[in-house]
Design a protein around this ligand. Structure first.
Ligand SMILES: NC(=O)c1ccc[n+]([C@@H]2O[C@H](COP(=O)([O-])OP(=O)(O)OC[C@H]3O[C@@H](n4cnc5c(N)ncnc54)[C@H](OP(=O)(O)O)[C@@H]3O)[C@@H](O)[C@H]2O)c1
Length: 228
């Protein structure tokens, strides 16, 4: 049975991908950060043999280190760093945002995912897939409409850091930055174009298509390359 570790699987896209991986016969370890029941708990209740729940807030390095200690000795075929956030007022410009809000978004979307990558990628098998949830809004080349400046900047930073990481690591394993499309979740909002139900199978296909293909790619929900 193949195994995936999904960081940020309590709800939204991370939870939907956990469900899809279980449907495909994978063993899923998904993380939450609170103490309240989440949709991931319901998935575990329905599939107790296939789902394990771990706890981590990626903004606390000691919690990431503790998770690594708890999971050491286990080998995963894929790691998906999905956790992310947006600034509360998405209409504000970069200069209008408060310093605290800028720091919160940049730390959650760029710094913390990279710390997770650095610490937890050791848990992957040598050929294991390292996938990180970016966004089409992280593309500088495709930013022709502007808007969502704080969020865009955080995902562009994430992309840049992943490129540096991939070069430093020698691109020996498959690595993927995903632009999942605009999806109806708490972050995406009710007006988003795609449902979770139609998105999850496509996104899992894109992740699994990386198998056996070392190097870093930035791809959309159809597996098409996104311009940096
Ligand atoms: N929805 C879209 O249209 C869209 C488009 C492009 C990219 N994305 C990206 O896709 C990813 C998931 O987004 P979503 O739409 O599913 O958002 P969501 O419904 O708001 O879910 C966000 C997930 O990230 C977790 N999370 C947030 N901060 C965390 C932290 N500090 N530590 C650990 N987990 C944390 C949340 O956990 P809690 O339940 O504990 O809050 C939740 O599981 C994000 O990286 C987002 O930027 C989304």
């Amino acid at each position: 049975m193949k195994r995936i570790l999904i960081i940020g699987a309590s709800r939204g896209i991370g939870h939907s991908l956990a469900c899809e991986f279980v449907t495909r016969g994978w063993q899923v370890t998904g993380t939450i950060r609170g103490t309240a029941a989440t949709p991931l708990h319901a998935l575990r209740d329905a599939h107790p043999q296939a789902v394990e729940i771990e706890r981590v807030d990626i903004n606390f390095p000691d919690q990431v280190a503790a998770l690594k200690s708890r999971l050491t000795g286990q080998a995963f075929d894929a790691l998906l760093v999905n956790a992310g956030t947006s600034n509360a007022n998405q209409g504000e410009t970069i200069a209008e945002t408060t310093t605290d809000e800028f720091i919160r978004v940049m730390v959650t979307n760029a710094l913390s995912p990279m710390r997770v990558v650095e610490v937890l990628s050791d848990l992957l098998t040598p050929e294991g897939i390292l996938a990180v949830m970016s966004s089409g809004q992280g593309s500088i080349a495709e930013n022709t409409r502007g808007g969502r400046e704080v969020y865009r900047g955080s995902k562009a930073a994430l992309n840049q850091y992943m490129r540096s990481y991939a070069i430093r690591e020698g691109e020996t394993r498959p690595m993927l930055l995903i632009a999942p499309g605009w999806i109806r979740t708490e972050l995406g909002g009710d007006d988003a174009r795609y449902s979770l139900g139609e998105s999850a199978p496509k996104l899992v296909d894109v992740i699994l298509a990386q198998e056996g293909k070392p190097g870093l790619r930035y791809e959309d929900r159809d597996g098409k390359t996104v311009a940096w």
